[in-house]
Design a protein around this ligand. Structure first.
Ligand SMILES: Nc1nc2c(ncn2[C@@H]2O[C@H](COP(=O)(O)OP(=O)(O)OP(=O)(O)O)[C@@H](O)[C@H]2O)c(=O)[nH]1
Length: 683
């Protein structure tokens, strides 16, 4: 095999490990690090001692909650692995990493339920054009044959899944694998390199059949190989290896390796496949459309704030060299100086004097750099290589510190967390005076809270954000309002007659006057409007009033005692007395919702819409998403708060939704009473 590398040094690689939730990515990283010698021993996830799940939050939930970088050396070459979280709630973490890595290892399980989640990941890789290897993990638990599993998985991949290994079974238990390119058997040993063996004679026929299928797929891109197969000539192994590498690099196939990360089985084969077949930095530059110039080009993959090294921008050096003190252009006008270069192994950092093309390192103190940015030593910066677009949030809560004194500290801490996680958004709701944090699910926001409480020592409390209810009226009324005060000296006098009328939904507020003969002088007409507007900020039901028209039709004034204030007061009195007779009614915001779901769950999704007072508008196949549907509905905003939780539990985490304001609708009965009692805020 050594000859295949041909002595060609390919430079440091960066490999993203992605895959559905709990498919074994953290475990696989642990196995890869142990096998390549970066760590002395592989720890199980449950021990809480893995390189990847090092944060308090990851340990607490026994799941990855952020991307973790680990650089190792394999056969003299550096490989940085990035363990990306599998939960859809943290899916955005992977995007800036995938944008600049050489290859993605997709860790999948022989489990039908995880297929929709796998499909989402494969689509993302297709969109970004990232070459990938599929690592079929948990082969120890596989009940079905590997080829049957691949038939199940094939629809999620736009490129053919190319089975490179088949399992070797003894008494129904997987004891090793057969490499179809090398035509060798590997007998698994726990936490140790597999033993090379001859292919057992009983398995030979199965091996030949699977090998032929592999060669046939390779022959689709190699005419010579096709001829050899047709003429039954044994193709030289070197050509097969070249084809495997070329097809992977070109994104023409998805090679499939098998293994059991938990015992370290298959890790070495995977490392070798990465060494020989994974695209290198040159290929990645080509994918990103940049050449290898003298200027350094750096893609920021993640931002972290550490207690001792400060802000770190974990970056891929795409070309050139970066040293301590190198000045990098962030855009056309701003620069930042690198202060500290570190190689990462989970939470551990080791200081480096510099980094070159292909390296993935943490660059210290680039104060204004952000995740996803492309930095360069070229004066004036360069056009960003990727455009990061965080998906729209699907879950939110209002947050406040338990102690008022922590308010400033909390908002600074959230800013830092949002810098680390661009899929988090924060806004201040003027209406409800709430600080609303939005993200991608309950766990996503729970982790933010835990970070505030743990890392930042700020006790916080959260609740569902207030629903912006409004109120309106159903009936018209004419009302007089008189404000008269004679308290010694200067008196106050204002007298108005107004007509209060309902307007069609969405009209807002209108003010007119039909004053004739100057019974209300011009300058006080606007006072009447101001008074009415002020009153409407909180109507009789306790909410802002909308869709209402006020016409000032009559009134009187006093040449000395009338004033702006007096007419504002008169208008408010008229409103206060008139409004209860107008049959006020509560309005709730109703959203137009698009729910994206795997088709086999469409019926379930349609059934849950009316349970949330929603109305189905229709459903259809999702454009360009085979096997998916989109369900359109309207649904009150108050019912959407935790919609994502139900959607995900109905679809193994795959479904999602988009909602936008559609209209305000009348709300009566028990729900209206509850809303009035709570003022729209969650209990
Ligand atoms: N039987 C078996 N279990 C495995 C294997 N690999 C991982 N597991 C188990 O699967 C569970 C999930 O493993 P993790 O490595 O945490 O999965 P992950 O993909 O990193 O999870 P997230 O990043 O949190 O989505 C753990 O209980 C592992 O012990 C395997 O090869 N065989």
């Amino acid at each position: 095999m050594g000859s295949r590398a041909g002595g060609r040094r390919t430079g440091p690689k960066c490999i993203a490990i992605v895959g559905p939730f709990a498919s074994g990515k953290t475990t696989l990283l642990e196995a890869l690090l142990a096998r390549s010698g970066a760590i002395s021993k592989q720890h199980p996830v449950a021990s809480g001692n893995t390189v990847s799940d090092h944060s308090a939050e990851a340990k607490a939930h026994a799941m990855s909650v952020e991307a973790v970088f680990a650089t190792t050396q394999f056969m003299g070459e550096a490989i940085t692995f990035v363990d990306c979280p599998g939960s859809v709630e943290f899916a955005f973490e992977a995007e800036p990493i995938l944008a600049a890595c050489d290859l993605a290892v997709v860790v999948a399980e022989p489990d039908e339920k995880k297929i929709p989640a796998l499909q989402l990941i494969m689509r993302k890789l297709d969109d970004l054009g990232v070459p990938r290897i599929l690592f079929l993990n948990k082969i120890d638990k596989a009940a079905a044959g590997v080829r049957d599993t691949l038939k199940l998985l094939q629809p999620v991949s736009r490129t053919p899944l190319l089975l490179r290994q088949i399992p070797l079974r003894k008494d129904g238990v997987v004891v090793g694998s057969i490499d179809l390119a090398l035509e060798r058997a590997y007998i698994y040993r726990e936490y140790a390199e597999s033993e090379i063996a001859d292919i057992p004679s009983d398995d030979k026929a199965r091996e030949l059949e699977a090998r032929f299928a592999m060669l046939e797929t390779l022959a689709d891109h190699d005419d010579q190989l096709m001829e050899q197969l047709l003429e039954e000539i044994e193709p030289p192994k070197d050509e097969i290896f070249d084809d495997l590498a070329a097809d992977l690099r070109d994104g023409a196939v998805t090679p499939v390796l098998i293994g059991s990360a938990e015992k370290g089985n298959g890790a070495l084969r995977l490392l070798k496949a990465i060494r020989h077949d994974a695209p290198d930095i040159e290929a990645t530059r080509k994918r990103l459309g940049i050449s290898d110039g003298s200027a350094a080009v750096v893609q920021v993959m993640k931002t972290i704030h550490t207690s001792h090294a400060g802000k770190l921008s974990v970056s891929r050096i795409l070309s050139g060299q970066v040293a301590d003190g190198t000045e990098l252009w962030l855009n056309a006008t701003d620069t930042s100086k690198v202060s500290g270069i570190y190689r990462l192994l989970g939470k551990d950092q080791s200081k480096q004097s510099g980094a070159g093309a292909g390296d993935t390192v943490a660059l210290g103190k680039l104060e204004h750099a952000a995740t996803g940015q492309t930095l360069t030593t070229a004066k004036g910066g360069i056009k960003p290589l990727v455009k990061l677009e965080p998906p729209k949030p699907v879950y939110a809560f209002a947050l406040r510190p338990k102690e008022r004194k922590d308010e400033v500290k909390m908002s600074a801490a959230i800013q830092r967390l949002a810098e680390e996680d661009p899929s988090l958004t924060l806004h201040h709701n003027q209406d409800s005076a709430e600080t609303v944090l939005s993200g991608h699910g309950e766990m996503h926001l729970r982790v933010v809270r835990e970070r505030l409480e743990g890392r930042n020592q700020i006790a916080v409390e959260g609740h569902a954000p207030a629903v912006p209810y409004r109120e309106t009226i159903r009936k018209s009324v004419q009302q007089r309002g008189r404000h008269k005060k004679q308290s010694g000296g200067h008196g106050q006098f204002g007298d108005v007659v107004i007509e209060i009328k309902p307007l069609p939904r969405g009209s807002g507020f209108e003010f007119t006057d039909t004053i004739t003969g100057g019974v209300v002088p011009k300058q006080y007409i606007q006072s009447v409007e101001a008074g009415a507007r002020d009153f409407l900020k909180t109507g009789p039901l306790g909410f802002p009033v909308v869709d209402i028209a006020i016409n000032l039709s009559d009134g009187s004034f006093h040449s000395v005692d009338s004033s702006d204030m007096a007419f504002q007061m008169a208008a408010k009195i008229a409103m206060k007395e008139g409004m209860p007779s107008c049959s006020p009614v509560l309005l709730e915001p109703v959203m137009k919702v698009e729910i994206f779901t795997p088709s086999d769950a469409t019926a379930r999704i349609i059934a849950l819409v009316p349970q949330r007072r929603g109305q189905i508008l229709g459903y259809d196949a999702r454009t360009d998403w085979p096997g998916w549907d989109v369900v359109e509905a309207t649904m009150p905003q108050s019912e959407i708060g935790d919609l994502i939780i139900e959607l995900r539990s109905a679809t193994a985490g795959a479904a999602t939704y988009r909602a936008e304001f559609d209209h305000m609708a009348e709300l009566t009965g028990r729900l209206a009473d509850e809303a009035m009692q709570s003022g729209g805020k969650a209990a």
